[in-house]
Design a binder for this molecule. Structure first.
Ligand code: FAD
Ligand code: FES
Length: 255
């Protein structure tokens, strides 16, 4: 495990929605080595524990992350302005692994789980189908970013106010029916990940899931993020989502 703790300036801060913040920091130490699916741990003022946020994109010296305000830490972060210095640890965790980016792949994201999928889908260009699920139209974000990456982007909302009326996993079934899929990559709420894993198993498509677990240390030192996993011999042990994951092969996750 190799990560850096560094301070870096906030160079762009946008608020696409009232409670959603899209930040870019100039952070060459992390941006240059970050791989898709990894995350950063951000110090939030005087709070003891850093907060985990996915790397949404990394290009050159620039590192982008997008977050919703949920509690004290993200509320503090949302108040930062361009020019402020952030204290960041990263890149942390094991991200997605890609066998062949020239083959069609499907990315399934739900809610705040959509953010790491931008960095992840980029290497696939027009071979990526990105399926995004939200509760309602007012929560939809980042469509244009995924389209600019070349992906075929499809949308679902729980209440039918935008795109398909239903679950994002309905779109996954439909996409699997349409033609070959070499791999599925997903990030989002646990029920969505579980349904994605079941569809991948049914269609015999390799599938990687990015799990979200409450975290404390974020570096594998506290057992705060334990996830039960199954080994090939059938035994079950606990892995650290922060340092063994957050991305796991769907077949090893014990739900
Ligand atoms: C690997 C990973 C990547 C994430 N990426 C993003 C992202 O890209 N965008 C985004 O909006 N959110 C993301 N989250 C969720 C984000 O970490 C939480 O919303 C945030 O920690 C809440 O902190 P808070 O102080 O605002 O809330 P509080 O509820 O006050 O936090 C209290 C404590 O609980 C922990 N905690 C609370 N909720 C979560 C959670 N869902 N996951 C992990 N720890 C939590 C905090 O780290 C803190 O230690 C990610 C979580 C993980 C584990
Ligand atoms: S959060 Fe401490 S071990 Fe993962």
């Amino acid at each position: 495990m190799s990560f850096t703790v560094t301070t870096c300036p906030l160079v762009e801060a946008r608020a696409p929605r009232a409670d959603l913040y899209d930040f870019t920091v100039c952070c060459p130490e992390i941006a240059r080595i970050a791989t898709p699916g990894q995350f950063i741990m951000v110090r939030c003022g005087e709070l003891t524990l850093r907060r985990p946020i996915s790397i949404c994109d990394a290009e050159g010296d620039l590192l982008r992350f997008v977050f919703e305000v949920r509690g004290a830490g993200t509320a503090w972060l949302a108040e930062r302005k361009v020019g402020d210095i952030l204290d960041i640890l990263g890149p942390q965790g094991n991200g997605f692994t890609f066998d062949d980016t020239s083959q069609p792949a499907v990315f399934v994201g739900g809610g705040i789980g959509i953010f790491p999928l931008l960095h992840a889908c980029k290497p696939f260009g027009t071979q990526a189908t990105v399926l995004l699920g939200f509760r309602s139209a007012d929560l939809v974000s980042m469509l244009e970013d995924f389209q600019a990456a070349g992906a075929d982007v499809r949308l679902a909302t729980d209440n039918g106010t935008a795109g398909h009326h239903g679950l994002v996993t309905d779109l996954l079934r439909a996409r699997c029916d349409e033609g070959p899929v070499s791999a599925i990559f997903a990030c989002g709420p646990k029920p969505m990940l579980r349904a994605t894993a079941a569809i991948a198993e049914e269609w015999e498509i390799p599938c990687q899931l990015s799990l979200e677990q409450r975290m404390a240390c974020g570096i594998g030192a506290c057992l705060g993020c334990a996830q039960k996993i199954r080994h090939p011999d059938g035994t079950e042990t606990y892995a650290h989502v922060c340092s063994d994951g957050p991305v796991f092969d769907a077949r090893v996750v014990v739900w």
